[in-house]
Design a binder for this molecule. Structure first.
Ligand code: FAD
Length: 728
C-alpha cells in the first residue's frame, strides 16, 4: 500500500542543506528545550498547555514573583470557550464558576449606581443560548480566576511552579514543564543552532543572572513586551489613545444592592462630581473594577491613594459603602497597535498575545485574540518540532494571525468610538476633554506650576460635568430632553458599545496561510469592521473555523450521545480530518488522502457523515476503506426536522470533501466531486499546507517527498482550484 508514485530522488546537495537547517529545530536526540515561553500571562499559560498536549516540551519564564491578581479581562468569547472545551474540561469549569448570566447580560448607563438610569442594553439574544452555532457559549469570568484554573491544569499535567528559581543558580539547563517565577528575560541571542536567553532572578535582594538555551522562544510577555523590543520589532497603529486608572475593589453591600436593583456587567456613570465605568466582575462576591480617565502630568498616579479612590467610588455609587475594600490601583494606557512582524530571528522568535497586538478593551478582544494566536501557533510549532513541517510553516502563523490582529484592532477602535457616542450625546465629548488636556500640556506645560495646571484642568472638567446636572438633564429641559432622546436612539439602534460580535468571534477566516484557498470563497462579513453586532454565518470557505453541527456516532442508539463536529478534531495529536459523505468517489478520495498523509508523516482521520442510517445496518465505510482504520462514521443529530443537513450548512454538495487542520480551521475543500487524480490533488494540498520539506525525521535521506507544486501539470488539478503558496 505504500505510495511512492509522486516521489523522486533529489541528487542536489541542496536537500542536505535543507535537512540540516530543519533538523536543528527538531526534537529527537536534541537535548535543547524545544520551546521557552517568556511571560506567564493567560496567553503563555494556554500555549504551554496546548503544546504539552501535542507532546512538545516547554517551560515558562515569568518576571513577577507571583501571578497577576488584577482582574483585567473578564469576557471570554465563543471561540476561546471552544478552545477551552478541549483543555481538560476548562470551559465546563468556567461555566460552573462564572456568575449567572442574568447578572451580567446588561450594560447600564446611569447618573450614579443608586441614581437615575439613562438607559440599559441587553447583550444576550435568544440565539446566544440555543447552542446552534457553537457547542458552548460566551462567559464572564475574571482573568485572574481563569489564570488559577490554568495553573491548576498545568500542575495536573506535571508542571512545577518554582518561586525561588532553579535550585542551583549555575544550572542553565531548563527542565521541561518548569514555570520559573521571578525570572525577567533581559536578552536574547539567536544563533544558527539555538536561542540563548538571559534572565535575571532577584534573590535576597541580589540579582542573579541565568542563561538558558532553547530552540524557540515565544514572547507572550504582554503589551510592553521585552522580547519584541529585543528583536527590534516596531508596532504600527495608534499609540496612547487614552490613559486610565484601574481600581480593583470589593463591596459585598454594593454587589447585593445591584443584584436586587439593577444587575449588569458594565455601569457607565455620568454625574456632576465624577465620571467612570464600573465593571462588575462578580456581583455575588461583590468584586468590581473602576476605570477612570487619567491625565498626567497634571494628575499624578500618587494622587490616586486608596482613600481618594474610595471617595471617587462613593461619588459614582451615589452613597457611601460601609464595607468598601480597595485592593489595588494600577495605571494603564490604551493603544491600538499591531507588531510589524510576529515571527523573527530565523523563525525562532515568535510573538503572541498582547506582545503582538494591543487594542482598546472594547468588545473584549485582547486576551481572546491572544488565546486564538496560541491555538494557531501550537500545532504549527509542534509540526516543526516533530519534523512534520519545515520551519517556514511558522511564517503562516504571522500571515494568518496578523491579519486577524489588524482587523480586531480596527473593530475594537470602532467599538471604542461607539462607547464614546454616549458621553458625546450628553454633551461630554471625550475628544474635547483630550484636546483640552493636550492644549494645557502644549500651552502651559513649561510655564505654569503643575498644581496650577491641575486646578485649571479640574476646573474645565467640572464645568463640563455641569452638563449632567439634574436641572439640565431632564425631560422638562429642552436641551436635556433632546439629549435623552438622542441617547435612547443610540441604544435602540445598537450604536453604543457592544459586547458580542458573533460574525467576528466565530466567523473569522484566514484568507492566506497554511491552507488552499479555492478562489470561490464568499466574501466574508469581516471585510470592514462596523462596531455593530452581526450574526455568524457558518461557512466552509478555506480558512474558516469548521462549522459546528450536532452529530452522533452511526452506531449510537440515542441523540443523547450527540457531540459536535468540532470534537472530531483531536487536541492531543497533530491530526488532520477529512470529512466526506458515504459515496464511492469520496471513498476513493479518502484512500488517497490516507496515502498522502502517510507520506507526509501526519495523522489523518476520515469522518463519513451519513444523513440517514444505512439500510444495511452499520454502513460500509470501514470495509470500503480497508486497510485504513482511522475512520469514524457519524450521522447528523438534527434538532428539528427542518434543520439544514451538514452539506447544506456548508453550502456544498455531498460529493465534496472538507479537510480540517488541527486547529479546527478548514485547510481545503472540494465543493463537488474531484474529476482529476485525487492523489495528485491531495499531494498538492498537503504540500501547500505543510510546506515543501515534509519530514525531517524520515530515514531515507535521498528522498524528497513530493513533486514541487510547479512540476505538477496544472491540467491535473481541479477546475477552479487556486493554490496560495505559503510564504517562505
Ligand atoms: C481594563 C481591561 C479590561 C480588559 N478586558 C478584556 C476582556 O474582557 N476580554 C479580553 O479578551 N481581553 C480583555 N483585556 C485585555 C487582556 O487583559 C489582555 O489582552 C491579556 O492580559 C493579554 O494576555 P497576555 O498573556 O498576552 O499578556 P499579559 O497578561 O500582559 O501577561 C504577560 C506576562 O508576561 C510577564 N512579563 C513581562 N515582561 C517579561 C519579561 N521580560 N520576562 C518574563 N516575563 C515577563 C508579565 O509579568 C505578565 O505576567 C482587558 C484589558 C484591560 C486593561
Amino acid at each position: 500500500m505504500r505510495f511512492h508514485g509522486l516521489y523522486h530522488t533529489r541528487t542536489s546537495n541542496n536537500s542536505h542543506i535543507q535537512r540540516r537547517v530543519l533538523s536543528s529545530y527538531c526534537d529527537g536526540e536534541d537535548s535543547l528545550l524545544p520551546v521557552l515561553i517568556v511571560g506567564g500571562g493567560p496567553v503563555g499559560l494556554v500555549l504551554s498547555i496546548l503544546l504539552t498536549k501535542l507532546g512538545v516540551k516547554c517551560a515558562v519564564l515569568e518576571k513577577n514573583s507571583a501571578f497577576s491578581r488584577h482582574p483585567q479581562a473578564h469576557f471570554i468569547n465563543n471561540r476561546s470557550m471552544e478552545v477551552f472545551r478541549k483543555l481538560n474540561g476548562l470551559a465546563d469549569e468556567i461555566l460552573r464558576y462564572q456568575p449567572p448570566v442574568d447578572l451580567w447580560r446588561k450594560f447600564i448607563y446611569c447618573t450614579s449606581l443608586t441614581g437615575q438610569v439613562l438607559g440599559s442594553v441587553d447583550h444576550m439574544k435568544p440565539q446566544d443560548f440555543d447552542r446552534i452555532v457553537s457547542p458552548v457559549s460566551v462567559a464572564h469570568f475574571s482573568q485572574y480566576k481563569l489564570m488559577r484554573l490554568l495553573i491548576k491544569q498545568l500542575e495536573d499535567i506535571g508542571f512545577h511552579i518554582r518561586s525561588n528559581g532553579l535550585m542551583n543558580s549555575d544550572d542553565s539547563k531548563l527542565a521541561e514543564r518548569d514555570i520559573l517565577l521571578g525570572h525577567e528575560c533581559t536578552s536574547i541571542n539567536v544563533t544558527e543552532k539555538c536561542v540563548n536567553v538571559t534572565a535575571y532572578l532577584t534573590r535576597e535582594g541580589k540579582r542573579v543572572k541565568k542563561d538558558f538555551q532553547c530552540n524557540f522562544v515565544v514572547g507572550t510577555d504582554g503589551a510592553g513586551s521585552t522580547v519584541r523590543r529585543l528583536m527590534g520589532i516596531d508596532m504600527s497603529g495608534t499609540h496612547d489613545l487614552q490613559k486610565l486608572i484601574s481600581v480593583h475593589f470589593m463591596s459585598h453591600e454594593l454587589g447585593q444592592y445591584l443584584i436586587n436593583e439593577r444587575p449588569g456587567m458594565l455601569f457607565f456613570i455620568f454625574n456632576t462630581e465624577a465620571i467612570g465605568v464600573i465593571v462588575a466582575h462578580d456581583l455575588e462576591q461583590g468584586e468590581f473594577v473602576l476605570q477612570v480617565p487619567f491625565y498626567p502630568p497634571q494628575q499624578k498616579f500618587e494622587d490616586f491613594s486608596f482613600r481618594t479612590c474610595e471617595k471617587l467610588i462613593f461619588k459614582l455609587v451615589g452613597r457611601e459603602l460601609s464595607d468598601i475594600n480597595v485592593l489595588d490601583v494600577k495605571p494603564w494606557v490604551m493603544h491600538a497597535e499591531v507588531a510589524d512582524t510576529f515571527v523573527s530571528g530565523n523563525n525562532r522568535i515568535i510573538l503572541a498575545g498582547d506582545a503582538a497586538h494591543r487594542f482598546p478593551p472594547a468588545g473584549g478582544f485582547g486576551m481572546n485574540t491572544g488565546i486564538q494566536d496560541a491555538h494557531n501557533l501550537a500545532w504549527k510549532l509542534a509540526s516543526v518540532i516533530k519534523g512534520i513541517a519545515p520551519p517556514s510553516i511558522l511564517s503562516t502563523y504571522e500571515t494568518e494571525r496578523r491579519q486577524i490582529a489588524i482587523f480586531n484592532t480596527a473593530l475594537s477602535v470602532e467599538n471604542f468610538k461607539a462607547a464614546m457616542a454616549v458621553p458625546a450625546a450628553l454633551g461630554l465629548d471625550p475628544n474635547i476633554a483630550n484636546s483640552v488636556h493636550r492644549t494645557i500640556n502644549d500651552t502651559f506645560g513649561s510655564i505654569l506650576p503643575s498644581d496650577l495646571q491641575r486646578t485649571i484642568l479640574d476646573g474645565i472638567f467640572s464645568i463640563g460635568r455641569m452638563q449632567l446636572s439634574d436641572s439640565l438633564l431632564n425631560e422638562n429641559n429642552p436641551l436635556g430632553s433632546s439629549r435623552l432622546s438622542k441617547l435612547k436612539q443610540i441604544f435602540e439602534e445598537g450604536k453604543s458599545l457592544q459586547l458580542q460580535f458573533p460574525a467576528e468571534d466565530l466567523g473569522f477566516r484566514y484568507s492566506k496561510g497554511a491552507l488552499v484557498s479555492d478562489g470561490d470563497s464568499s466574501s466574508s462579513a469581516r471585510e470592514t469592521p462596523t462596531g455593530r453586532r452581526r450574526d455568524y454565518v457558518p461557512s466552509s470557505d478555506p480558512g474558516s473555523r469548521l462549522p459546528h453541527m450536532k452529530i452522533q456516532l452511526l452506531s449510537a442508539f440515542s441523540s443523547k450521545d450527540a457531540f459536535s463536529t468540532l470534537d472530531l478534531v483531536s487536541a492531543d495529536n497533530i491530526e488532520f480530518l477529512l470529512i466526506i459523505a458515504p459515496v464511492k468517489e469520496s471513498y476513493q478520495l479518502a484512500e488517497s488522502a490516507f496515502k498522502v498523509a502517510e507520506e507526509f508523516k501526519v495523522s489523518l482521520k476520515v469522518c463519513v457523515v451519513w444523513q440517514e442510517k444505512p439500510s444495511d445496518g452499520n454502513g460500509s465505510s470501514k470495509t470500503a476503506l480497508l486497510p485504513w482504520t482511522n475512520i469514524v462514521d457519524v450521522i447528523e443529530a438534527k434538532n428539528y426536522p427542518t434543520s439544514q443537513s451538514w452539506w447544506d450548512l456548508c453550502q456544498m454538495t455531498d460529493r465534496g470533501a472538507i479537510l480540517v487542520r488541527p486547529d479546527e480551521h478548514i485547510a481545503w475543500r472540494a465543493k463537488s466531486e474531484i474529476k482529476n487524480d485525487p492523489l495528485l490533488v491531495l499531494n498538492k494540498v498537503f504540500y501547500s499546507i505543510l510546506g515543501s520539506e515534509s519530514s525531517c525525521t524520515t530515514g531515507d535521506l535521498d528522498i524528497v517527498p513530493i513533486i514541487p507544486l510547479d512540476e505538477i501539470p496544472e491540467t491535473t488539478l481541479v477546475g477552479s482550484m487556486r493554490v496560495d503558496y505559503t510564504d517562505e
